[in-house]
Design a protein around this ligand. Structure first.
Ligand code: NAD
Length: 283
């Protein structure tokens, strides 16, 4: 079997085009503030792509690139200012933050109605309770790809590799909320293959190139590769794409798979936050 290649780039472009058409009709533009602290090269690239996409769509954006030594107090002050800004409807704090800053404190400081990434304790709690509100962009993008390709989730064995707060855990919860039987594997899992070989849906978010080989995948499985790893001048995922595509039913490539969906979901979440806030203002 040769897998259907899930075209995340095309799906993302379609979503962005629809949002762009809607934004054109709005008098007050949605506003997104992105905060980047420090010099993490991958984070810089992501934030620049997000900003460029905002420009293309007609979303007003403010980008704050703060030095590595920024204090928690300074960052909290900036968030306070953005929470109060009428122009800003969505606030994104690019993770990871430098060690002197308490991530939990920062994420909790973002006003709930402007929490575009769904990382505030309240939104995390809602996701956990099966009442999804603002949900993190990458997991949302994964689920949207499954929906776009009409891949049923209910009743399936879903295996998620990775348990980070930004990808693994939320994607596992979203699959569970959609009635999959979910197994979460991580760096301490013994005999990873034992779990992956039973997966109807395999979501890989470990950040380890070629972690998943064809021998670890069930025939016809849906393989979603979230990983982004730089190998020389090439970007690769966590899945050995060339071998796994000969066995899987569906597979996402890297690049042009989950990555563009993360950006599209950020734009969608920004519009959702805008509607929640502006709808409230008009009442
Ligand atoms: P992370 O480093 O916070 O978490 C990695 C997880 O993988 C951990 O839970 C760890 O236990 C697990 N893991 C590591 N090695 C493993 C192994 N050998 N076997 C099983 N589990 C293992 O990373 P993250 O922030 O969750 O990101 C994961 C990957 O996804 C990275 O490559 C990152 O660049 C990528 N990413 C992509 C997007 C996107 O838009 N496509 C967005 C966010 C992250």
């Amino acid at each position: 079997m040769t897998a259907v290649i899930i075209d995340g780039k095309a799906v993302a472009e379609k979503i962005i085009a629809v949002i762009k058409a809607e934004v054109t009709t709005l008098k007050v533009k949605p506003g997104l503030a992105a905060i980047l602290v420090g010099e993490n090269p991958a984070s810089k690239v992501y934030v620049d792509i997000k900003r460029k996409t905002c420009d293309e769509v007609g979303i007003y954006s403010e980008l704050y690139k703060l030095p590595e030594q920024t204090t928690e107090k300074e960052l909290l002050q900036l968030i306070g200012k953005l929470n109060a800004s009428q122009k800003i409807h969505a606030i994104l704090v690019q993770l990871p933050l430098p060690p002197q800053i308490n991530e939990g404190k920062i994420l909790a400081a973002v006003a709930i109605e402007k929490d575009v990434d769904g990382f505030s304790p309240e939104n995390v709690g809602k996701l956990m309770a099966g009442k999804e509100a603002a949900v993190p962009c990458t997991p949302k993008g994964v689920i949207r790809l499954l929906e776009e390709y009409k891949i049923e989730i209910q009743g399936k064995n879903a295996v998620v590799i990775g348990r980070s707060n930004i990808v693994g855990k939320p994607v596992a919860l979203m699959l569970l909320n959609r009635n999959a039987t979910v197994t979460v594997c991580h760096s301490k899992t013994r005999d990873l293959k034992h779990y992956t070989r039973n997966a109807d849906i395999l979501v890989v978010a470990a950040g380890k190139p070629k972690l998943i080989t064809a021998a670890m995948v069930k025939d016809g499985a849906v393989v979603i590769d979230v990983g982004i790893n730089r190998l020389g001048d090439k970007l690769v995922g966590d899945v050995d794409f060339e071998s796994v595509r000969m066995k899987a039913g569906y597979i996402t490539p890297v690049p042009k798979g989950v990555g563009p969906m993360t950006v599209a979901m950020l734009i969608e979440n920004t519009l959702e936050r805008y509607k929640a806030i502006e709808g409230g203002r008009q009442k």
